[in-house]
Ligand binder design. Structure first.
Ligand code: ADP
Ligand code: MG
Length: 347
């Protein structure tokens, strides 16, 4: 018989590295978390810089609220967040983050530097570094315009087993670009830049009017997307669904142009997927996939976003009602288009 081993509380660094396994899979997941923080900080402009597909360097720069000097070391601690204080707040949470884990996790598996300034004076600002959480974060003065820059170098340098799972530079960059595309589609009012190895690949001006939105869609998804899509904007019972759905004639062999947002959050949800599939069922050939960029707006208290650490999944309080609303809205838009009418109204 083996002797029982003593139970011990994990060292915080190890606890963070284990937690990192859930949210930090690859450079794209780091970009997603850093960009979500930038959005939550009320930024109007977000720049993402990468080197070597993100394995060597990921930098996200924003012009948001910034983090005060006293809060800087806390920003890197686990379960430390400025976004919720109570369970009641979690139930109606409107921010993308709330778990207070991303920066702690990322800094436990990389060399992370955060520079931030809450002030309009560009010579003010503070810097904090954490290197694989081997040392307590050190805070020192560093000039920065109002906002925050987070630089993540050498992802997984101290967890070789994870590093081995990184694919080629091109593959990792492809995942980052897809994450960027989703984020940029989620907020038309924010200006975005994506650079890889010093080359600018996307530069998107902010604009939330119909023309600016379509300009962004064309820039991110190609001109063909809009030429073969219907615009719709429908509401019922406190729900609003708007966006673009591809004509059945414009289906794809892969489900690679499907974007669905719930209250600005990128979501992959079975219920949603099922409703859309049903709506297209009679008009698409078997094995083909529709394209869409759809925005569902609901009261935040009727949707639970705390289902999974990556928050890609959601749970609706009344799933059936949401399903029926999605199905009937899309079904109507698609059958009107087949009857030769324009969609449910073009902007
Ligand atoms: P969460 O987003 O769940 O709160 P994070 O670990 O991602 O947890 O971030 C911790 C905290 O650090 C946030 O609650 C926020 O106060 C602060 N923070 C992180 N990134 C930024 C940013 N870009 N701008 C302003 N504050 C930030
Ligand atoms: Mg966050």
């Amino acid at each position: 018989m083996t002797e029982p081993r003593r139970i011990r509380v994990l060292d915080p660094r190890l606890a963070n590295q284990i937690a990192a396994g859930e949210v930090v899979e690859r450079p794209a997941s780091v970009v997603k978390e850093l960009v979500e923080n930038a959005i939550d900080a009320g930024s109007r402009r977000i720049e993402v810089d990468l080197e070597a597909g993100g394995a060597r360097l990921i930098r996200v720069r924003d012009d948001g609220s910034g983090i005060g000097e006293e809060d800087l070391p806390l920003a890197l601690s686990r379960h430390a967040t400025s976004k919720i204080l109570s369970l009641e707040e979690l139930e109606g949470v409107a921010s993308l983050g709330f778990r207070g884990e991303a920066l702690a996790s990322i800094s436990s598996v990389s060399r992370l530097e955060l520079v931030s300034n809450t002030d309009d004076d560009p010579t003010a600002g503070w810097r904090v570094v954490a290197e694989g959480r081997q040392m307590e974060p050190r805070v020192s003065p560093a000039p920065h315009p109002r906002g925050t820059s987070v630089t993540v170098r050498d992802l997984f340098f101290n967890t070789p087993a994870r590093r081995k799972f990184l694919r080629t530079e091109k593959t990792e960059f492809g995942h980052v670009e897809e994450a960027f595309r989703r984020q940029a589609l989620s907020r038309f009012d924010i200006g975005w830049v994506l650079r890889h190895n010093q080359k600018t690949l996307h530069q998107l001006r902010p604009g939330d009017d119909p023309v600016a939105r379509e300009r962004r869609i064309a820039s991110l998804l190609g001109k063909g997307f809009l030429e073969n899509a219907l615009h719709l904007d429908l509401g019922a019972a406190g729900l609003r669904l708007w966006g673009w759905v591809g004509l059945p004639t414009h289906s794809r062999a892969q489900a690679d142009q499907q974007y669905f947002f719930v209250n600005g959050r990128v979501v992959r949800d079975r219920l949603v997927a099922h409703a859309i599939r049903q709506a297209y069922r009679d008009v698409l050939f078997h094995g083909r996939h529709p394209v869409f960029v759809l925005y569902l707006e609901v009261d935040p208290t009727v949707v639970d976003v705390n289902v999974h650490p990556t928050k890609h999944e959601v749970r609706f309080r009344d799933g059936r009602m949401v399903h029926d609303f999605l199905f009937s809205s899309l079904h109507r838009a698609l059958s009107e288009s087949r009857a030769g009418h324009p969609g449910a109204g073009h902007p």
